[in-house]
Design a protein around this ligand. Structure first.
Ligand code: ADP
Ligand code: MG
Length: 215
């Protein structure tokens, strides 16, 4: 579904070339849970930017369903991200004056059944009793579950998660990843420095200095 071919992403760090991604070849298949394990600075976030078309590689190509992101204009890319991709980040970014339910609905695209679907997702994620609370009335793990519900609302073909457990304790983090994997509607690409949360992955890759290795 997503194919990266001979991909490099090079940053200029005061005249020095930094390979955030280095000769990466990677295929993400439909519905697959791919875990990417690597220390801080190994290029994990950069890899997600490339796979989701947020950044273009310095060289090489990234294709989504056969179409190179580079050939898509900004509007087309934004449409793909909104309609077909979901994102979960390290910190649960939510709007402070909206309820959990309203936060989930900020990403809603089509038609009237959005509320129904958001309520059902929040219930399945264990927040049925708390969906009318504001973010400051929720724990960190609960806030991250709201972010998961928001990311899943439009039933994305691919969900990208960038260290989604880094601000949580290990037990809550494990639970959050289990929920992400269980309720996903497409592929899940999850990058982390914590091996323990990847037990449910179909495939685990390792990242080191921008290079991707099979485990
Ligand atoms: P990770 O997410 O694994 O911590 P990143 O993808 O954020 O790694 O970064 C990979 C490498 O690229 C690091 O060496 C980082 O310092 C460098 N880097 C990331 N963003 C930039 C940037 N905008 N300019 C220069 N160097 C960057
Ligand atoms: Mg990162």
């Amino acid at each position: 579904m997503i194919v990266a071919s001979d991909v490099n992403l090079v940053y200029d760090d005061h005249g020095r070339e930094v390979f955030a991604c280095h000769d990466v070849n990677l295929t993400v298949r439909e519905k697959e849970f791919v875990g990417v394990l690597g220390p801080s600075g190994s290029g994990k976030s950069s890899l997600l930017y490339l796979l989701s078309g947020l950044k273009d590689p310095t060289s090489g190509a990234v294709r989504y369903r056969g179409v190179e992101f580079r050939s898509c204009d900004d509007r087309r890319r934004a449409a793909i991200r909104r309609e077909e991709f979901g994102f979960v980040f390290q910190y649960p970014y939510l709007i402070g004056f909206l309820s959990a339910l309203e936060n989930v609905l900020t990403g809603w695209l089509n038609g009237a059944e959005g509320v129904e679907r958001a309520v059902s997702l929040l219930e399945r994620l264990g927040l049925g009793e708390k969906m009318h609370r504001r973010p400051d009335e929720l724990s960190g793990g609960e806030r991250q579950r709201v972010c998961i519900a928001r990311a899943l609302l439009n039933q994305p073909k691919a969900l990208f998660a960038d260290e989604p457990t880094a601000s949580l304790d290990p037990k809550t983090g494990g639970e959050v990843v289990r929920l992400l994997a269980e309720h996903r509607t497409g592929a899940l690409v999850l990058v982390t420095h914590d091996r323990r949360i990847l037990t449910g992955a179909d495939r685990v890759l390792r990242m080191e200095d921008g290079r991707v290795f099979e485990e």
